[in-house]
Design a protein around this ligand. Structure first.
Ligand code: PNW
Length: 484
């Protein structure tokens, strides 16, 4: 990361650039504003929406695609709610034009989707599958024809099963190298049109949860030392991919990642708790985001891991720390932090059992993350471009007799995050865009189709998409470029 950048200068520039529109509520009130411009966003803010391949595409065995670890996992009895699989999902593979039409009607400027490695290299390595590449060609062209910028994620958890079977998946650095080859290949084929590329989506969900708790594919419960090595191989895959993309990409291509780092919110916004939250941000993300941003593992992480620490060398750490153009934060839940006398200087404040959550019980509500995420990343690592690459919620959506879905809880959730995100921008923190998770209801991993995250309701029997009230909320918000 470039270290030459002064936050204060940057903050000034940003505030100058947006000063006619971005007023803090108190400023607007002081000026006697009637609300015009209230929570206004900069005109160049990237309003977007996000999905992932295995969650929406379906067509699991079509045009040469072979199984990923998620096909195997979802077809294993007892792993996914109701025995649901991604075989058909939203049938997006065949309905992508209709779905791009939905994006256009929302008015989004950017669409974040993921590429199924198993479509491109069905065996993980070897000869590319032209028909698989052709699908992403069609999708990219359709997006651009509709004025929507494609933001592509290379890995959203669906590893080609062949790599899991042959080399043990992320247990082997062969998978890291195979990933870099795939990343370089995609760049050659798509980067003339796809200008924003994410390497990975959320490391913990395929490392810790795939090989440790076993709650996600490939569903293994292995020793801590193995899991730490898996984490390291994933980071190495990221770094090697960054280098492979840079080696073949046109100069206007930007590279980043989408990480669900713990976002540390001070319990009370006093200097001591704020300082503790910054320390916690580095320490609690030591094995993923901090390692990438700093090109090293913190001593505290290594000493805590002890004999289970990952095996690595300095060359690998340099690769892992390859400079990025932006950082994407997937954010759903807060980690509240307080100052503490321990060596670490912070402690996580556990939520009481009464703490509120959304329809998914893990989804505790703390919209301050939309402020603290961009602030920490801008402050600690001097990152110049931060995106909220996922934010959204499940809701107990019901079609009413009049055919509508009034998802007021989803609107409440997103609106509050957008208000806190606005504060980050108004203070000059480098937040550039927001991607709503998700466009439409889809395969919600181990919850199958039982949890709905979309702005569009999907009837999975007929594949009919119906806009929820939240779709109107987002359309109006984007059209006016302010929180409504
Ligand atoms: C993200 N947590 O996963 C994923 O990137 C999406 O594919 C997924 O559909 C979406 O969030 C909603 O779950 C997460 O426990 C999984 O904090 C778990 C957590 C956060 C994000």
């Amino acid at each position: 990361m470039p270290n030459d950048f002064s936050r204060r200068d940057f903050g000034k520039a940003t505030l100058a650039a947006v000063s006619s529109t971005a007023l803090l509520p108190s400023e607007a009130a002081a000026q006697g504003s009637s609300g015009e411009g209230y929570y206004a966003y900069p005109k160049n803010f990237v309003w977007g929406a996000a999905t992932a391949a295995y969650q929406i595409e379906g067509a699991a065995a079509e045009d040469g695609r072979k199984p990923s670890t998620w096909d195997t996992f979802s077809h294993t009895p007892g792993k996914v709610a109701n025995g649901d699989t991604g075989d058909v999902a939203d049938d997006h593979y065949h309905r992508y034009k209709e779905d791009v039409g939905i994006l256009k009607s929302l008015g989004v400027k950017a669409y974040r989707f993921s590429i199924s490695w198993s479509r491109i290299f069905p065996d993980g390595t070897g000869k590319a599958n032209e028909k698989g590449v052709a699908f992403y060609d069609r999708l990219t062209d359709e997006l651009l024809a509709n004025g929507i910028q494609p933001y592509a994620t290379l890995f959203h958890w669906d590893l080609p099963q062949a790599l899991e079977t042959r080399v043990g998946g992320w247990r082997s650095s062969e998978t890291s190298r195979a990933f870099a080859d795939y990343a370089g290949y995609i760049t050659k084929r798509l980067a003339d049109r796809v200008k924003n590329i994410f390497t990975f989506n959320e490391f913990s969900c395929f490392t810790d949860e795939g090989y440790g708790s076993g709650t996600k594919a490939p569903g293994l419960k292995l020793a801590v030392a193995t899991v730490n090595q898996v984490r390291h191989h994933a980071l190495l895959g990221h770094g090697l991919a960054v280098q492979a993309i840079r080696a073949s990409a046109p100069s206007d291509v930007r590279i980043g990642l989408a990480e669900n780092s713990r976002i540390c919110v001070p319990v009370i916004e006093t200097p001591e708790h704020v300082a503790a939250a910054g320390k916690a941000m580095r320490a609690l993300n030591a094995h993923f985001l901090t390692a990438i941003m700093e090109g090293k593992y913190l001593d505290s992480y290594l000493s805590r891991a002890g004999k289970n620490a990952p095996k690595f060398n300095e060359d690998e750490m340099k690769v892992i720390g390859s400079p990025l153009d932006f950082v994407g934060l997937n954010m759903y839940t807060p980690t509240y932090v307080r100052a503490d006398d321990s060596n670490a200087g912070f402690a996580v404040a556990q939520n009481p059992s009464s703490y509120p959550h959304m329809a998914s019980s893990w989804l505790t509500i703390g919209p301050e993350i939309a402020y603290w995420g961009p602030r920490h990343v801008g402050d600690i690592w001097k990152v110049r471009d931060v995106y909220i690459t996922e934010n959204g919620t499940s809701s107990d959506d019901r079609l009413t007799a009049d055919g509508h879905i009034y998802d007021t809880d989803r609107i409440m959730y997103v609106r509050n995050h957008l208000i806190h995100a606005h504060r980050a921008i108004a203070e000059g923190w480098p937040l550039r865009g927001y991607f709503w998770w998700s466009v439409m209801d889809n395969f919600e991993w181990t919850d199958g189709y039982s949890k709905r995250f979309g702005m569009y309701y999907v009837d999975f029997k007929t594949q009919k998409r119906t806009p929820k009230l939240s779709a109107s909320f987002y359309r109006e918000t984007i059209a006016r470029s302010r929180v409504l």
